[in-house]
Design a protein around this ligand. Structure first.
Ligand code: OXD
Ligand code: MN
Length: 592
């Protein structure tokens, strides 16, 4: 029950553990002042005004983009830095070959040197947050200490931030994830993102970019949480959660994992095509799902986040009207371009022309795109026209299907179903995708990205696969597992499938499979749709193209299997034997 303001405890009094840690960090970082965030509108308004006064935030056109702001990051700080991201477990094998590793003591002492005095003349913000609905038994809390007001504003949108979260931490006896962040000098040579899953701690220095600096998101809700989930018997995954109501009025929820910048936000808020009337879509989450076996033997999911940090380029009224409307007010844009009348602009925004590029220079098409390819919006999820009230349900939503996918020019068919949970774990562990601008490094290179968790699993993938297998054993009504690929191209590089809202046709097939209402063709790779079972009403697609999309060339599959086998070997004895059994079975089926 809310108390009258004058009876509220002061924030530092709520949890002795938090206060003691803040004092320890302040002694190390030497801030000019300490600000405990209560998460109120007044606080966030004051912070925004302060950043505008300092020239760090630019208010956008108040008529067309009311209460929207542009933030320009340092040009060397525009994406996640996987090569500077470490998982620091006592034993290197526990972090696994899928992570960069450093011994915890060595990492702490290196970071201590960086943090020493780094907040002089700066404000230290204490940001208590809750990942998941405040009353959910599945939610977990953390406190981020940061010297960036931009981070505070973003955490205010992305998490349940402020007094209520701190009260939950106090009531839980002070157990929380400790995240220490400083933008430092923004020097790429002095930039590290360290995770200590055994201590529930994160240290991030030298970056202000979302994935490196909003510690509730990738660092806590995926890397630390995946480790915690293994020890506690649940899953923390890089998945959207969406509710699909069919024309008969039945609603089913699915969770889907795709690597970064492969369209999770678009799928989570998909607009049904006009030729498929009667469908409704409800977004529960667009990036992260925490999945728990429920007492009914089904898998239940909550979205730990309360906002979206989405990729801007490509968003327009035709590709995703919901997303476009959602970001036309009360949004923070990072690294987009500007039009003459102070509207944000990005590649794929059909209207207007950019005059200033994302770095603040006059736009010159010869020098590259106007908006950074990884430019982002941050908005509250409640602004999404398809926002589901179930996102606030403390018990989450029951999941009927788990969907995995990557960006694959060739080979992977439009959709197929795994024969069993065990086969599904192999399918998910074999996900591969072309890299995107969400992380620094080369774009367009195919790499293995099991469960779309390559950059985010806080422990050895071998153990992670075993944990996935054991979850299947615990679920009496496990969701079915599917693989999709929206990105198949023909020899000339043309996409074979229209994507976006039309993906509903594939989701429809998936739900019909779950309901046992449609058959499938046994292929070596898994259960494939008969082209005639995909609803193509109103879609102009050549039957030959549909046949190509639902078939797998055996020779290419053979090479793929060899590659998967070699990849799994990287995890040595920790790779569960069951995955090799599944590979053998596919090879037997293609007669390899
Ligand atoms: C993201 C990412 O920002 O996956 O969601 O990089
Ligand atoms: Mn993501």
């Amino acid at each position: 029950m809310a108390s009258a303001p004058h009876t509220l405890a002061s924030l530092p009094e709520i949890s002795k553990n938090v206060a003691a840690w803040v004092a320890e960090v302040a002694a190390l970082t030497q801030p000019e002042r300490i600000h405990w965030c209560d998460g109120s509108d007044a606080e966030l308004n004051a912070l925004r005004a302060e950043l505008v006064a300092r020239g760090e935030l630019t208010p956008l056109n108040p008529d067309t983009f009311p209460r929207c702001y542009l933030y320009r990051s340092d040009p060397t700080d525009v994406a996640r830095v996987e090569h500077l991201t470490f998982v620091c477990t006592r034993a290197q094998q526990d972090a696994g070959p899928n992570n960069n590793w450093m011994a915890p003591e060595a990492a702490h002492s290196q970071m201590r040197e960086l943090f020493k005095g780094c907040m002089r003349a700066r404000t230290l913000y204490v940001v208590p947050y809750c990942m998941g609905p405040l009353s959910s038994p599945y939610a977990r809390c953390g406190v981020e200490i940061t010297d960036s007001a931009y981070v505070v504003l973003n955490m205010g949108l992305m998490t349940r931030m402020g007094r209520a979260a701190l009260e939950r931490i106090g009531a839980e006896g002070g157990r929380f994830v400790r995240g220490l962040h400083s933008t430092g000098e923004l020097d790429p040579k002095r930039r590290f993102i360290m995770h200590y899953p055994e201590e529930l701690a994160i240290e991030s220095y030298g970056s202000g970019y979302g994935g490196n600096a909003l510690l509730g998101k990738k660092c806590h809700a995926l890397r630390i949480a995946s480790y915690q989930a293994r020890t506690e018997g649940w899953l923390a995954e890089h998945m959207l959660i969406v509710g699909l109501q069919n024309p008969a009025g039945e609603t089913h929820y699915v969770a889907a994992a795709f690597p970064s910048a492969c369209g999770k936000t678009n799928l989570a808020m998909l607009i049904p095509p006009e030729s498929l009337p009667g469908w409704k879509i409800f977004t529960v989450g667009d990036d992260i799902a925490w999945l728990q076996p429920g007492p009914d033997g089904r898998l239940w999911a909550i979205n730990p986040e309360s906002g979206y940090f989405g990729v801007v380029p490509g968003t327009n009224r035709a590709t995703n009207r919901n997303a476009f409307d959602m970001i036309s007010h009360d949004a923070i844009f990072t690294n987009v371009a500007l039009t003459a009348d102070k509207e944000p602009w990005w590649e794929g925004r059909k209207k207007h022309v950019p005059v200033t590029d994302w770095t603040g220079q006059p736009f010159d098409a010869a020098k590259g795109p106007a908006a950074h390819p990884n430019s982002r919006f941050t908005v509250s999820a409640r602004q999404n026209p398809s926002y589901s009230k179930a996102a606030e349900d403390p018990h989450g939503v029951p999941i009927s299907a788990l969907i995995f996918g990557g960006r694959r020019r060739e080979l992977a068919p439009l959709v197929y179903e795994a024969r069993s949970w065990q086969h599904g774990v192999l399918v998910a562990a074999s996900v591969a995708s072309e890299t995107t601008a969400a992380a620094t490094g080369q774009v367009g290179v195919v790499r293995r990205d099991p469960m779309a968790m390559k950059p985010f699993a806080g422990y050895n993938f071998g153990d992670y696969f075993a944990h996935w297998l054991s979850m299947g054993e615990r679920l009496r009504h496990a969701p079915r597992i599917f693989h999709v690929n929206w990105f198949r191209q023909d020899a000339a590089g043309k996409f074979l499938w229209p994507g976006y809202g039309e993906n509903l046709r594939v989701l429809d097939w998936i739900l019909e499979r779950c309901a046992g209402r449609v058959g499938a063709r046994e292929g070596a790779i898994g259960l494939l749709p008969l082209p005639s079972d995909l609803d193509t009403t109103g879609l102009d697609i050549d039957p030959a193209v549909l046949a190509e999309l639902t078939a797998v060339p055996p020779a290419a599959l053979k090479n793929e299997l060899a590659d998967i086998r070699a990849y799994l070997k990287d995890f040595g004895a920790r790779t569960p034997a069951a995955l090799y059994t599944e590979l053998d079975e596919i090879e037997r089926r293609i007669g390899a």
